[in-house]
Design a protein around this ligand. Structure first.
Ligand code: CA
Length: 296
């Protein structure tokens, strides 16, 4: 069974919650094993709100990591997290493991190769790749990723223009640096799903009123559905290839300028990076997500 780790900026946009449902459903159905989730944007309600949401999905005590220093640029955060605290009880930020340690521990303990899905800022991944051996594993972050990671599936970048600007790459200084390190040093393949893909695909409209995910969308201010950057990336990762998820792909070498977060791409059919391009109308992709998140 394929194993996954998710990195999310849970705290801001509500498409993260749709993506968490996509992966949680696959885990509960026994299609994958979700090993843990690392939160790369920290607000007071981060861990407890995520834990309550996961419990609602039928998952108890999933390992959760947190970057406690990731408080930059979160002026709009917490629109649905604070309400989720009223819906149950969960672990708190103090209970969460440091984000880099979570990745290192889960990777060191994994028997096979793990797929990593990133739908937020990339400073934890950058710090993981820069990490030295420690009490968890004598391997450096680079060695650990090379040995234990099948590939990264990353929602970030804007690939339909030169020097694209996109939120996950650009918004925070540490995120920009982490994104640059990921592109420069990652020893395993990376597949990117860019802003231009998720922007056009709206999902979540069909959820029933009493669904916690519907409540999240309403609190965020998008009751008619939200752009699907994060759930499409989760679904792409579950599919295992661009082709299987209904995309074309462009291969080459991606890079991110750490000073401003703009992304660039040099095409090369043998390159280690790829970004996906749409091969169907938007309804095709929306239907896939609606099917995955629908109430049972
Ligand atoms: Ca996100």
């Amino acid at each position: 069974m394929r194993e996954f780790i998710l990195g999310t900026d849970w705290g801001e946009d509500c498409d993260d919650a749709i993506a968490v449902r996509v992966l949680a459903r696959a885990h509960v159905n026994g299609d994958i094993k979700l090993l843990g989730i690392a939160v790369n944007a920290c607000i007071e309600s981060s861990v407890e709100s995520l834990d309550i949401f996961l419990q609602n999905e039928g998952i108890e005590n999933l390992p959760i990591g947190l970057d406690r220093s990731a408080t930059e640029g979160l002026g709009n955060a917490g629109k649905y997290q604070n309400d989720l605290l009223l819906q149950g009880k969960g672990r708190h930020n103090e209970d969460a493991e440091d984000g880099v340690r979570l990745y290192r521990r889960l990777l060191a303990g994994a028997k096979g190769k793990v797929d990593i899905v990133e739908i937020g800022f990339l400073q934890i991944v950058g710090d993981l790749l820069s990490s030295e051996g420690d009490d968890i594993s004598p391997l450096s972050g680079l060695e650990l990723v090379k040995e234990k990671v099948a590939g990264f599936w990353v929602m970030a970048g804007r690939w339909d223009e030169e020097k694209g600007t996109e939120y996950n790459f650009c918004h925070t200084a540490r995120g920009r640096e982490g994104a640059s390190i990921l592109c420069k040093t990652c020893p395993v393949p990376i597949t990117f799903l860019g802003f231009e893909i998720g922007e056009r695909v709206i999902t979540g409209k069909q959820l029933p009123k009493d669904d916690m995910l519907k409540r999240v969308l309403c609190l965020y201010g998008t009751p008619e559905g939200r752009c699907s950057w994060d759930p499409l990336t989760a679904e792409l990762a579950l599919s295992g290839s661009a082709l299987a998820a209904g995309y074309g792909e462009v291969r080459g070498y991606a890079s991110v300028d750490p000073s401003d977060g703009t992304n660039s791409f040099v095409k090369d059919p043998n390159g280690p990076h790829a970004y996906v391009v749409a091969a169907h109308e938007t309804d095709y992709y929306a239907d896939q997500i609606e099917h995955l998140i629908d109430v049972r």
